[in-house]
Each structure stands twice: as C-alpha cells, then as structure tokens.
Design a protein around this ligand. Sequence first.
Ligand SMILES: [Zn+2]
Length: 69
Amino acid sequence: MSNITKISTITCPECGNQSEEEMPTDSCQFFWECPNCEEVLKPQNGDCCVFCSYGDTPCPPIQANKSCC
Ligand SMILES: [Zn+2]
C-alpha cells in the first residue's frame, strides 16, 4: 500500500467546474454533488465510483489493483 493518491480532481460534466476531493480509501463514493451547479453525479456504466468516471485519479482500490465494492 504505497503510492496511493488520495486526492482526485473531479470535473463536473455539467458546468466544467473542477474540484479537488479527498477520496475515502476503504470505500467508494457513489455520489458527488458539484459545489458549483449542485448537479449530483453518479458513476457511468462500468465505473465503480464518481472518481473513476469524472476524476483525474482512479479511486484507491483501483490503484491498489483490488476489486472494488
Ligand atoms: Zn457542476
């Protein structure tokens, strides 16, 4: 368990707002509310969490090559 990045920058697909978020290391975050337009994002098909769909860094379980959720 090294070199795990816990900060991901999420880009809102609705308004383009970018927000740095700290990811939980032991679970996936399924919902994320954009602080700018208040759109609630959900993961796209095939992705386990909003960070994998909209962030610039995959979530910690994916980085560690573990299956997730
Ligand atoms: Zn937004």
